[in-house]
Every structure is written in structure tokens, then in C-alpha cells.
Design a protein around this ligand. Structure first.
Ligand SMILES: Cc1ncc(COP(=O)(O)O)c(C=O)c1O
Length: 408
């Protein structure tokens, strides 16, 4: 057995991995065109309008609303369903803060379901969290792996709840042949730099439920209903300004042409890695939900038999970028807005009572499978510009580290 690089052996890989390059001259040309047009305001602008049209077409959606971020896209969705203060929204304990912030800004209460072996919410745990105050389920398709959407749709329908999908990490990803983002009532996407398609920062909210259209469209524009045209202004409800500019719209147009190939390539490379490392005892390759197709925003490797940090460090020494524990702890322990109720002034509202609010505690032990899953998690980076050889090097290093590193 060859000596681990971390112990002074020869690394599996010394050449750097290819840098991800999501943009080319096509984006440059369209952004230049936008600037030369002397208009960068997105509402009604040709770039954002065309971007929204193309994004909707990618999903067969009736409406796509472009915005400034994934957080904004989710805020727009929640603003559209308009919860009462203190209403509860069930969501995932492993996610970005951008899933949670919009819930709190609408004065609703995030309630966390535990995960199963897929790292996504366990439908049984979701159902156990439902109370008379539950307004919606906000699923997160983590790392590019679909949630069990048959179960989620069934639960939402039986209990009369809105179903919102956070597809920030799962663009153009299918579950039983259907695209994520179209299975619930509203789908939300981040276009932040690391995502399958990107405008640097940006977001999109899609729906086929046109009853929500007015609030979805105007929630990104201060609640302003511009339909009447010039004259006295009508701001119909409280909302922020999340308007996308023509610069992002221009980039987004080109990205809509690329995203399918990006996703297909990631699926291919991720599945290759899974095939190459399956069968190592104590190590679990990225799980894919039954009926789903994984698109590998990140590649989750479960190293139950080893210390995840030691495993990631040993991989790094072999020349393979890897991280340990992803967000480190359930999101409710990462965000002071949750565990310490740092919300509005010193009120702690709505997590410390007040009109519609109630006293909520977010503590260690509430989601034991989540804590365990994060403890055992190593994340690997896969992107569409990588080659099969890159993946084989990753697999070789994983075999070497698994063999060479003492198991707990
Ligand atoms: C699952 C998930 N939800 C929401 C967000 C928030 O997106 P943004 O950073 O574009 O606001 C992200 C971003 O990483 C994410 O991964």
C-alpha cells in the first residue's frame, strides 16, 4: 500500500484541476449590447424579458419572475403565498441561510424536519411537524439530488399546504422524468456564481399557478402595480425591490442555452465517481433519490467509518479539493436569527411571542439524523469542465485514503 501524501507519500495528483469557466464571448457580446442600448433597467427591458421567457420555456412554466438572488426568489415565493405572522413553514435543516431569511422576514416561523440517508428531508419527519399553523412546506433539493417529491406532493395536498421548491442547487434536475421546480406550487432558483447556471448573483421564481401571478410579479417591485401606466402610483402591498438589471438578464439569456449541457455533464461525471468508489466498506457514495437524477452541485461523500475532517485533509494532501461537514451544523444552529432569536430589534419576534408569534427553541438534538449526516460528510467539487481523468484521480485518492487512514 502506498504511503498517504499526508504522511509524506507521493500525492495522487499534483496538477491543478481545471478552473470552472461559466462565461465566454457570447455573454460578453450580449452584456455589451445591453450597455450600448443605454438602458440597464430590467423591468420591461429586452434582456430581462427575454431571459424570463427562456427560463419559463426551459421548465414549461407559465410564469418566470427574475430577481436579484436565490434568497430574493424564495422571498418572492413566500411573499406571494402571504403567510399570517406566526404561520409555520416546514423546511430543511441542511441548507443555505437564504432559504430561511425570507421566512423570518415575512414573520413566519421556520420549523425543521429531519433528514434521511439522501440528506433531504424525510417525508415522515415533515408530516410529524405539521400543526394547525403550518402554511407551507419549503423543500430543498440538496446538492442536486431531488427530494422524494411523490411523498412531498402527497403530504402537501392532503394537508392543504403550499409546496415551494428551493431548486438553487438543482437546476434542470428531474424526478421521475419531470423537472424540479414544477412539481410544487412555486419553484425558486439561485443564479449565484457557483450554481449550474449563473449571472454572478440573481434568482428566478417560476409557477404554473397564475392566481399567484400578481403577487409574484409585484413582490419584486415594492408591491408596485405598474399596469395602470403613468399617473398616481399604486403600491398594493408591502414588498422590497428585488429587480434584476439588464446586465444579469443578458448573461442569463446565454446561460439558458448552456444549462442543459452543464447539468448533463455533471450527471455523467458524478455518476462515474459513484461507480468508481462504490463498494468501499464504511463509505457511502452520493445517494440518489429513487426516480431522481442527481446533478451534483456538490458531491456528498459519507465517511461513516472515518473522521470526516481527517479524511478531507488527507484528500487535500493527495491533491483533491474536499471539505468536511458542509455547513457544520443544522442551519438553526448556524444562524443567530434562529438559535438566539436575533430578528427585529430586541423583540425576538416572531420566535419569542408577540402577535401571532410563539416561543420557539432551536437546539442541538432536534434533528439527530442531520447532526450525524453532517458529522460524517465530506464534500467534493465536480464541475462540467472536468474530464473523466480528473474523476478517476478523485476516485483513486478516495480509495487510497480509505485504505490508508485508520478507521475509528
Ligand atoms: C439551497 C439554497 N437555497 C438558497 C440559496 C440562496 O441563494 P443566493 O445566495 O443566490 O441568495 C442558496 C445559495 O447558495 C442555496 O444553496
Amino acid at each position: 500500500m502506498s504511503m498517504l501524501a499526508i504522511d509524506g507519500g507521493t500525492p495522487v495528483r499534483t496538477a491543478p484541476f481545471p478552473e470552472r469557466a461559466p462565461f465566454d464571448e457570447r455573454e460578453v457580446a450580449l452584456v455589451s449590447q445591453a450597455i450600448r442600448s443605454q438602458n440597464l433597467f430590467g423591468l420591461g427591458g429586452p434582456m430581462v424579458t427575454e431571459f424570463e421567457r427562456r427560463f419559463a420555456a426551459l421548465y414549461g412554466a407559465d410564469l418566470a419572475v427574475a430577481s436579484t438572488s436565490g434568497t430574493a426568489a424564495i422571498h418572492i415565493a413566500i411573499g406571494a403565498i402571504n403567510p399570517e405572522p406566526g404561520d409555520e413553514i416546514i423546511t430543511a435543516p441542511i441548507t443555505d441561510g437564504g432559504t430561511i431569511v425570507p421566512i423570518l422576514y415575512q414573520n413566519a416561523i421556520p420549523v425543521f424536519a429531519d433528514i434521511d440517508r439522501t440528506y433531504n428531508m424525510d417525508p415522515a419527519s415533515v408530516e410529524r411537524q405539521i400543526t394547525p399553523r403550518t402554511k407551507a412546506i419549503l423543500v430543498v433539493h440538496l446538492f442536486g439530488n431531488p427530494c422524494d417529491m411523490d411523498a412531498m406532493v402527497d403530504i402537501a395536498r392532503r394537508h392543504g399546504l403550499w409546496l415551494i421548491e428551493d431548486c438553487s442547487q438543482a437546476h434542470q434536475t428531474t424526478y421521475k422524468g419531470r423537472l424540479l421546480g414544477t412539481l410544487g406550487d412555486v419553484g425558486c432558483f439561485s443564479l449565484q456564481q457557483s450554481k449550474h447556471m449563473t449571472t454572478g448573483d440573481g434568482g428566478v421564481t417560476i409557477t404554473n399557478n397564475l392566481a399567484l401571478a400578481n403577487r409574484l410579479i409585484n413582490f419584486r417591485d415594492k408591491g408596485w402595480n405598474r399596469q395602470p401606466g403613468w399617473g398616481p402610483r399604486t403600491y398594493e402591498f408591502l414588498a422590497p425591490n428585488y429587480r434584476m438589471t439588464e446586465l444579469q438578464g443578458a448573461v442569463g439569456i446565454v446561460q439558458t442555452e448552456k444549462v442543459r449541457a452543464v447539468v448533463a455533464r455533471r450527471n455523467e461525471l458524478g455518476d462515474l465517481l459513484t461507480a468508481e468508489i462504490s463498494g468501499i466498506e464504511g463509505l457511502e457514495a452520493a445517494p440518489t433519490t429513487e426516480g431522481g437524477k442527481h446533478t451534483y452541485w456538490l458531491y456528498p461523500l459519507r465517511v461513516a467509518g472515518w473522521d470526516a475532517e481527517a479524511f478531507a485533509r488527507a484528500l487535500n494532501a493527495e491533491g483533491i479539493p474536499a471539505g468536511a461537514h458542509y455547513i457544520g451544523a443544522p442551519i438553526f444552529l448556524c444562524m443567530a436569527a434562529l438559535w438566539d432569536k436575533q430578528t427585529f430589534g430586541t423583540s425576538g419576534y416572531p420566535l419569542r411571542g408577540g402577535p401571532g408569534g410563539r416561543s420557539v427553541e432551536y437546539t442541538r438534538g432536534q434533528c439527530p439524523q442531520t447532526e450525524r449526516g453532517l458529522k460524517e460528510l465530506v464534500t467534493l467539487f465536480i464541475h462540467e469542465q472536468m474530464t473523466e481523468e480528473d474523476i478517476l484521480d478523485m476516485a483513486k485518492a478516495i480509495h487510497k485514503v480509505a485504505l490508508g487512514l485508520a478507521r475509528k
